[in-house]
Ligand binder design. Structure first.
Ligand SMILES: [Zn+2]
Length: 275
């Protein structure tokens, strides 16, 4: 049906550029039908491609939505808030403990705002806040003399006691005594600098360690001193051997905690008691 052609003349009124085209007569006769076909196909293509685009976009959107819902269901916001609150009170208790023991420099800021206005999108801020807070605390704790300088039995406490030589009268005992064996290792209770290492009257061979601006510890009656003045030491480092030098009735360690120059009860520091 397309064999029979008709010549179509496209003539320009001014110029000579007249164009002649051979078009199948069938198309010229039924041009409306062809115009409809053309319009129909164009419209169909447009609709199909539009549908595909929509389909893909909405699938990606649904996937993301499902993922977001899943993540949300995994985060129990209430539980997170409770955890933060309990970390806060833990930090507060430890801070109070440290402050009572003379570490004024500690930052006491809680995270604040956990109770109100907490949004899960701030989770990174919160975790980094706690990371920093705990790092500060660790640094401070290492400078604090904590625990025992010697793993032995305490046989004399801080405070007034009977004179151990005469067994008569009262005298003030400025530290805690640990009974032990001659030559056992004595360890520093915190990071610090050795400010005294030598013989000191009744203390005999004695070591003093300065831990921070306010706290020092003293280790007396040593048989041997294994550190030098000015030496930097870490918590738990060996400083000397247990002995009975100075005013002593037998091998033991006399241990003192000195706060702002005043000898205080070391038991507060030996047991990590948060009262
Ligand atoms: Zn003593």
């Amino acid at each position: 049906m397309f064999k029979h052609k008709t010549s179509v003349l496209i003539a320009n009124s001014k110029e000579k550029n007249t164009i002649v085209r051979q078009v199948p007569t069938h198309i010229i006769v039924h041009w409306r039908r062809y115009a409809y076909y053309f319009a129909f196909i164009t419209l169909s293509l447009f609709l199909v491609s539009g549908y595909l685009v929509f389909q893909n976009t909405s699938r990606a959107y649904k996937d993301r939505l499902a993922r977001a819902n899943y993540v949300q269901s995994q985060i129990d916001l209430q539980k997170a808030l409770t955890t933060f609150a309990s970390i806060d009170s833990g930090i507060y208790r430890i801070n109070t403990f440290l402050q009572e023991r003379g570490l004024e420099k500690l930052k006491l800021d809680n995270v604040g705002g956990v109770d109100e206005g907490f949004d899960i999108i701030h989770i990174n801020e919160f975790t980094s806040f706690y990371d920093n807070q705990l790092a500060d605390m660790e640094e401070t704790l290492l400078k604090l003399p904590l625990g025992k300088p010697y793993d032995g039995k305490v046989n004399s406490l801080y405070g007034y006691r009977r004179n151990p030589f005469t067994n008569k009268g009262a005298e003030f005992h400025s530290g805690v005594d640990f009974r032990g064996r001659q030559g056992d290792s004595i360890r520093a209770t915190g990071n610090g600098i050795v400010t005294f290492a030598g013989y000191n009257g009744g203390y005999g061979k004695c070591v003093v360690v300065k831990h921070n601006e306010t706290l020092e510890t003293l280790y007396g009656h040593l048989k041997q001193i294994d550190v030098k003045e000015g030496q930097k030491i870490q918590s738990g480092d060996h400083i000397g051997l247990m002995g009975s030098t100075g005013r002593s009735t037998g091998p033991h360690l006399h241990y003192e905690v000195i706060f702002n120059g005043k000898k205080i009860n070391p038991l507060k520091y030996i047991s990590f008691d948060l009262e």
